[in-house]
Ligand binder design. Structure first.
Ligand code: GLC
Length: 732
């Protein structure tokens, strides 16, 4: 009887929860519908406009004085304003408008807010979704405490081409892993409730295919088959939408001949209809106005027409909508229903943020003091920074340093550069960045610093003082790389090599005979073949943000054993680009005399996707496919034993790849389908089990239908995408 009563109670409770959800939804819908009914056409056009900071300037530079426009109900959102005091001023202007519709405030909070986190590509090297989600959680907390409701992140564009400077902003080359990271970032930023005062809306960008510009040139055209897009570039956008991302951003680029900002297939058919996306889509900066530059619109009115009809809801900065939508509706070129749908999508999010209930709910100066640049933020940033470091080369037992190490020759201006530690797209408080030089001094070791090379010219300078510093020191740590300003938006390069003079300096340092550790600081895969050959120990530290110095020191001295893995292939030379591990067999698979290769270079990269060493070593054995005849709708359990065979406890990212041996379309020679980051004490062995469903073995056809075909598959497991043990299994 008791069980029956308990069951009845549980059913009633769940029905109650469902009923409550439904009532909340109908309350919201009723409120928004009533508000829309009261809005004039001009006020509706206003909700679809996002203006920038102190004054709204469009691509033609006209200055509309945003506070006045806001008070007249002509603006729905403001970007690039933060700080409770500033935001309150803008919201107060909105409260002067007739209907007092609150503004939403957006900003590019890409990797941390005032506390700088590692650049996203560095975070992706951690292969630690929990840490990445936690980083996004604290990023959202700081941003919300600063009055913001919305960040233009995560950038989820898959990238195979390191010439493109914005690879620093994403999660690298793999669609499966990029999907996992996208979900972690959306969930971290948005939490469970947008109305909570420590969460902000995510904005999935840039939709779509922005990471594949022809020739790696930013903003350039993107042209790919639908099958290629669906299998290699689409998954992270889809995963982020399914994770409940509140907004999307259209990309600058055209996608198969139609600019994304006016691309009906992308915005309406795929995102809003096929994926049932109920949030709203904002353009990229001025990209509605730029439809004129794309030469698909003759003027702002035509640009407004094709963009709103394609499903672009909010215009960022350019002013085509605010100047033309009223006329377009009056001239019956645009249905009021199209405008109302865009308005509803935006008002829904303002409602969910709690801004109608209290327009100033995010403007609490005490909360700003408590959470912005908090000690907890820095602790989370440091932990993620340590996990983002990738050990590329380790010889001669130089690393980790002994705790008794007395003196270090620290060479290179990047070791002292607070600004460069922040990387591109940083909103961090640069003054509070702890550099490697600061952190080493704080560690109490004697630091003999020498500039080594000039950061602007890269020329070797004051080599005598460098030698002097080395003579006085037990070991040498040299920081080389590109400037933070060399990656990010509009930072495409025709050569991603580290400056030859910097590489020449490292060779000279190695010749001194003192132990040398090279730190590679950059925002993208780079080419550094001379250093790669000559140096015995190389750590890739990317740009790690506010806690860069302490994190690098913790790894150098072994307080943290590096566990990072490459989320992007590092090419051997420029000719190999674009390069990724998911290439296809072709009809003449490499190796072979007449096969897909070069006559002037190996095909193998410098470092493959998923590669990264540890201070310890791991052995893989006993790979088993527990159920090797998969019936549709069942699972294949794959198990492998991993043993820590070295002298240190350490973490390993165990990676699982599959190969579809025969399919109705050409398939990659391998695809990542699972990874587990395990922590193994020295001498211990752990059996790692993956659970692969038949659904994970499928692919998209050229009509973007997901297909699962029977047949033979090979499963491969290892610590990177090259060194793998393999077994076959069959899907019935
Ligand atoms: C930029 C970027 C986009 C960013 C936006 C607002 O041009 O392409 O990623 O969110 O403008 O700053």
């Amino acid at each position: 009887m008791r069980k029956l009563l308990l069951l009845v109670w549980m059913i009633l409770m769940s029905l109650g929860a469902v009923a409550q959800k439904m009532s909340e939804k109908s309350l919201k819908n009723g409120y928004i519908s009533n508000l829309i009914k009261r809005m004039t056409l001009e006020e509706k056009a206003g909700q679809l406009w996002q203006v920038a900071g102190s004054f709204a300037t469009g691509p033609d530079g006209n200055n509309l004085g945003s506070l006045k426009a806001i008070a007249e109900g002509k603006v729905g959102s403001v970007l690039n304003v933060s700080g409770v005091k500033n935001i309150r001023k803008y919201q107060e202007a909105a409260m002067q408008s007739r209907l007092k519709i609150p503004l939403i405030f957006g900003m590019d909070v890409i990797h941390g807010f005032r506390t700088g986190f590692p650049i996203p590509l560095a975070e992706a090297s951690s292969f630690d979704q929990q840490e990445i989600q936690k980083g996004a959680r604290w990023t959202g907390t700081e941003a919300a405490a600063s009055g913001l409701n919305w960040t233009f992140a995560p950038m989820v564009d898959v990238g195979w081409d390191a010439r493109w400077g914005r690879v620093m902003e994403g999660a690298g080359e793999d669609p499966f892993y990029g999907s996992q990271v996208a979900v972690a970032r959306v969930k971290g930023l948005q939490g469970d409730d947008l109305a909570s005062t420590n969460t902000i809306m995510a904005c999935v960008k840039h939709f779509a295919g922005y990471g594949a510009p022809i020739a790696g040139k930013d903003y350039n055209s993107v042209d790919m088959s639908m099958g290629h897009f669906a299998n290699f570039y689409m998954p992270p956008y889809k995963a982020a939408a399914e994770a409940g991302a509140a907004t999307f951003m259209s990309a600058f680029n055209d996608f198969n001949n139609i600019p994304s900002t006016a691309n009906n297939f992308l915005l309406r058919s795929l995102l809003k209809e096929k994926w049932n996306f109920n949030g709203f889509i904002v353009s990229d900066w001025g990209s509605v106005g730029e439809l004129i530059n794309h030469r698909v619109a003759g003027n702002k009115k035509e640009a407004a027409n094709i963009a709103i009809m394609a499903g672009l809801d909010m215009e960022m900065v350019s002013n085509c909508y605010i100047e033309n939508l009223v006329d377009l509706v009056k001239e019956k070129k645009v249905s009021i229903n199209v405008v109302d749908d865009a308005v509803r999508r935006i008002l829904n999010k303002k409602y969910e943020l709690g801004l109608f209930e209290d327009p100033f709910r995010y403007c609490d100066e005490n909360r700003e003091k408590e959470f912005v640049e908090s000690a907890k933020s820095r602790e989370v940033a440091r932990s993620l920074s340590e996990r983002s470091i990738v050990l590329l080369k380790k010889q001669e037992n130089i690393l980790p340093f002994s705790k008794n190490l007395k003196s270090v020759a620290l060479i290179g201006p990047l070791a002292k550069s607070k600004k460069d530690m922040c990387g591109a797209w940083s909103t961090a408080n640069v003054n509070n960045v702890i550099t490697l030089y600061d952190a080493m001094k704080n560690r109490g070791v004697q630091v003999n610093y020498a500039q080594g090379y000039d950061l602007e010219s890269n020329q070797i300078v004051n080599y005598d003082s460098t030698l002097l510093a080395i003579e006085k020191s037990d070991v040498v740590v040299v920081a080389i790389g590109e400037r933070a300003s060399e990656s990010g938006e509009m930072r495409s390069k025709t050569d991603i090599s580290i400056a030859l003079q910097q590489q020449e300096l490292v060779s000279k340092l190695v010749k001194t005979g003192k132990p040398v550790v090279v730190l590679l600081m950059c925002g993208r895969p780079v080419i550094f073949n001379e250093v790669r050959d000559k140096a015995s120990n190389i750590l890739l530290t990317w740009w790690l943000g506010s806690e860069a110095g302490p994190a690098i020191c913790n790894v150098l001295w072994g307080d943290y054993n590096p566990s990072g893995k490459l989320p992007m292939t590092f090419p051997r030379n420029m000719g190999q680009i674009p390069i990724n591990y998911q290439y296809k067999s072709t009809g003449r698979p490499y190796p072979g005399d007449w096969s897909a290769k070069y006559i002037d270079s190996p095909v193998e990269p410098a470092y493959p996707f998923g590669y990264g060493l540890s201070y310890t070593t791991f052995k893989y054995s006993n790979l088993k496919v527990i159920s090797d005849n998969l019936n549709k709708g069942t699972h294949a359990k794959i198990s492998v034993d991993v043993t820590n065979t070295g002298q240190y406890d350490g973490e390993e990212v165990v990676q699982l790849y599959i190969r579809d041996e025969v399919a109705s379309v050409t398939r990659p020679i391998k695809e990542l389908k699972g990874f587990q980051k395990i922590n193994l004490k020295k001498g211990n062995t752990q059996t790692v089990v993956f659970d692969i469903t038949d659904n994970q073995l499928g692919f998209y056809d050229n009509n973007i239908n997901y297909i699962v075909e029977k047949g033979d598959f090979t499963v491969m497991v290892g610590g990177d995408s090259e060194n793998l043990s393999m077994k076959k299994f069959n899907l019935k």
